[in-house]
Design a protein around this ligand. Structure first.
Ligand SMILES: C[S@@+](CC[C@H](N)C(=O)[O-])C[C@H]1O[C@@H](n2cnc3c(N)ncnc32)[C@H](O)[C@@H]1O
Length: 422
């Protein structure tokens, strides 16, 4: 018998099973082809439903707990969770309940629980739209909430949790004429020059995508290159480059860019992005710690990190991670800073950044690097850029960005950025 084509809802539930059951990240699952059997609009729907469900998981569980004596097996629970979130968002009860029942009916082990799914989701059809907004904003897990509260205080963490729950708009870095593109795409120009769109729909269908006039990049993620301030013809090493948003900025500024990343699969994205935007860079696959090139006028080190600054867009992260890899990442970041300094021209600049909210991956790295390397100094003047609030500048001379900043504009990713000179 021919297997029926997967639906967006079934694919979303399967993603949830893997994030919550196997601690897999959505980005890895999607890059590994998890949604390839779907049409582009269904792919977008499945991804949206999975991310919305992960964002609202605590609320969905709270509502469901009123009608479940104990948590059901994970695949059943996830169908109920996704259904509850869809219903809370105003999904058509008939369509949501029927398809959820159909998905569980086809499940090889839990098909017999279709009656439960039907009964509970019918109750959710009444409860969820009515009660959803009265429920508490979902909090971060203890492993992350603890260190963040220690660093930023309770009120700031509560504001971050609100920002995580609100999700993220789509930001674009524009080659030229941000005002014109903002008008064309129905967005706004942010104080730092990025263009922000509210509800963009299918990104690849937007004007300017195919012609390479812009690329997707959170406004905070666009700042490290603004701080580095590349000049035409400068030799610049982009040490952890993929998927390449910052490589594109450097190349667009006219720098002679060498872009390197450990992952061949992710580096292929850099090559694709360069081709689409008609920009050039030398692309290398390899370990940053083994790279022997230069000396370079400037180096951008966007080091691998906990990515805790990107939870607005990646609500799977708190569910799929537990912080056990932080120690190894912090050690790798320090080793990368030390190695990058060996590749820099005297007087050259190293911009270090991480999309992390943890001072151990930001402020502390820079303080410790300056202790290890006498003569290394923070370039505070480099942080004096349009749209950068002086209140974001830290004691040791870096820039701390948080998701709860720009609350009226829709927030920004969490980042730490410092420009060092030697
Ligand atoms: C934060 S991401 C970089 C994002 C990128 N700069 C951008 O703007 O699109 C970190 C990158 O570091 C890469 N990476 C991890 N370990 C590495 C290593 N030892 N050498 C080089 N790259 C590494 C990962 O593959 C990942 O692409």
């Amino acid at each position: 018998m021919k297997k029926s084509a997967p639906t967006a809802r079934a694919a979303a539930v399967h993603l949830l099973d893997q994030v919550l059951g196997e601690s897999r990240l959505l980005s890895d699952l999607i890059a590994g082809g998890a949604l390839d059997a779907l049409s582009p609009p269904d792919r977008a729907r499945a991804q949206r439903l999975a991310t919305d469900t992960l964002r609202g998981l605590a609320r969905a569980d709270r509502l469901l707990s009123r009608h479940l004596r104990k948590p059901p097996p994970l695949p059943v629970f996830n169908i109920l969770r996704a259904g509850t979130v869809e219903l809370a968002q105003g999904g058509d009860p008939h369509g949501v309940v029927n398809e959820a029942v159909g998905i569980i009916a086809r499940h090889p082990r839990f098909g017999s629980l279709k009656g439960l799914v039907n009964a509970v989701l019918r109750k959710m059809a009444e409860d969820a739209p009515r009660s959803w907004n009265d429920l508490r904003v979902p909090g971060l897990p203890a492993w992350l909430r603890g260190p963040l509260t220690e660093a930023w205080g309770k009120a700031a963490v509560a504001a971050m949790e609100r920002a995580h729950f609100a999700g993220a708009p789509l930001d674009l870095t524009i080659k030229s004429d941000p005002e014109g593109w903002a008008e064309r795409l129905g967005g706004i120009v942010l104080p730092t020059g990025s263009v922000r769109l509210g509800d963009p729909g299918q990104i690849s269908a937007l004007p300017g995508y195919a012609s390479g006039d812009w690329w997707v990049q959170d406004a905070a993620a666009a700042l490290p290159v603004q701080v580095l301030a590349p000049l035409p013809g400068e030799h610049i090493l982009d040490l952890c480059a993929a998927p390449g948003g910052k490589t594109l900025q450097l190349a667009h500024a006219g720098a002679d860019v060498t872009a390197l990343d450990l992952s061949a699969r992710r580096m292929a994205r850099v090559t694709e992005n360069l081709a689409r935007t008609q920009l050039t860079a030398t692309c290398l696959v390899g370990d940053a710690l083994d790279h022997r090139g230069g000396p370079y006028d400037a180096i951008l080190l966007d080091a691998p990190c906990s990515a805790t600054g990107t939870i607005r867009r990646h609500p799977d992260l708190p569910h799929a991670r537990d912080g056990s890899d932080f120690g190894a990442l912090i050690a790798l970041q320090a080793a990368m800073i030390d190695h990058a300094l060996t590749l820099l021209k005297p007087g050259g600049r190293l911009v270090y950044c991480t999309c992390s909210l943890l001072p151990d991956e930001g402020e502390c790295q820079i303080e410790e690097a300056m202790q290890r390397h006498p003569g290394l100094t923070p370039d505070r003047a480099a942080l004096d850029r349009p749209g950068i609030d002086p209140a974001w500048i830290t004691e040791e001379g870096g820039l701390r960005l948080r998701p709860d900043f720009w609350p009226d504009l829709g927030g920004m990713d969490g980042f730490y950025i410092a420009c060092l000179r030697r």
